[in-house]
Design a protein around this ligand. Structure first.
Ligand code: NAI
Length: 302
């Protein structure tokens, strides 16, 4: 097994002052990357700001002889995103790797969720990924090399009570990845997405204490580092990861059924009659683009 190294590579990790991001940043630096440790340093719900979160991780990296620089911008603004990428380019000359990781929570059941709670959470997770990825993608495109890892959540992929804002934003990241996968292909920019489960301040009141102690961020770190490495040639995929379990998950499309001939009208009763086939996921598979879904319709469109 050859070592995965990041010598000569520049990595930005957003929200790297704690939890999962800290674990990634430390390991990137141990394996030779120059790391931008971005963190706004606010609280779990996104309020407040402090330099100490990023500074502590930069110090940890420097203490073992690694290279890192702190950035305190919020990912949620265009200026912040540009500032984060500028920090990388000014300090280290480029950006090879971007881990979109920063996140907050403001949980409420849907009918009780305020507009502010919706806007704040979606702005950090989804708009935040846009704000940082856009300038980073431009640098990667110029250099014909990039590895981007986005962070979704089981809450978005599968649903979780009280997290409509968070789940919608997290599924938005899957849509962003799907397009970056296609648009980045000719520039050797690979974008993938993880759905982690790990002990952090985001999950301390969600996970039972015995599980909390077992779900170390360091078990999520290895798949993020692999996806961010030159060795990874896959793109556009989503991976569950936690406690040492790694699995691909996907939005899939089944062959379904063709009704009629593309010319005659179709009745709702015909849908009812074939409902078990339509909703069944037999032969379902992930598609590479929306154009692939047209293949199933093609016989009807001739
Ligand atoms: P964490 O709270 O320990 O770390 C998140 C970091 O992001 C914090 O240090 C925080 O200061 C920073 N941050 C928040 N808003 C920011 C902003 N606007 N700009 C820059 N930095 C900001 O949480 P954790 O668990 O490490 O979460 C990391 C990512 O993983 C998040 O996107 C989260 O939604 C996601 N995730 C975590 C899961 C888990 O089980 N821990 C489950 C599913 C997803």
């Amino acid at each position: 097994m050859s070592d995965i190294r990041f010598d000569g590579r520049v990595a930005i990790v957003t929200g790297a002052g704690a939890g999962l991001g800290r674990s990634y940043a430390l390991e990137f630096a141990k394996r030779g990357a120059k790391v931008v440790v971005n963190d706004l340093g606010g609280s779990r719900d996104g309020s407040g700001a402090s330099h100490s979160a990023a500074d502590v991780v930069v110090k940890e990296i420097k203490d073992f002889g690694g290279e890192a620089v702190a950035n305190y911008d919020s990912v949620a603004t265009v200026a912040g995103g540009e500032g984060i990428v500028k920090t990388a380019v000014d300090a280290f000359g480029k950006v090879d790797i971007l881990i979109n990781n920063a996140g907050i929570l403001r949980d409420k059941s849907f009918t009780k969720m305020s507009e502010d709670e919706w806007d704040l959470v979606t702005s950090v997770h989804l708009r935040g990924a846009y704000c940082v990825t856009k300038p980073a993608f431009n640098v990667m495109r110029e250099n014909q090399y990039g590895r981007i890892v986005c962070t979704t959540s089981g809450a978005g992929l599968y649903g979780n009570f009280g997290q409509a804002n968070y789940s919608a934003a997290k599924m938005g990241l899957v849509g962003l990845m799907n397009v970056l996968n296609i648009e980045g292909a000719k520039y050797n920019i690979k974008t993938n997405t993880i759905a982690p489960v790990a002990a952090s301040r985001l999950t301390e009141d969600v996970l039972p204490p015995d599980l909390f102690n077992k779900l170390k961020p360091d078990y999520v770190m290895p798949i993020v580092l692999f996806l961010a490495s030159e060795a990874n040639q896959d793109s556009g995929m989503i991976f569950n990861c936690g406690a040492g379990w790694y699995s691909r998950t996907a939005v899939v499309c089944s062959k379904g059924i063709t009704i009629g001939d593309g010319k005659r009208p179709i009745k709702p009763e015909e849908i009812m009659e074939k409902w078990n086939i339509i909703k069944g996921l037999n032969d379902a598979k992930p598609l590479g683009s929306v154009a692939e879904s047209f293949e199933y319709m093609m016989p009807l469109l001739q």
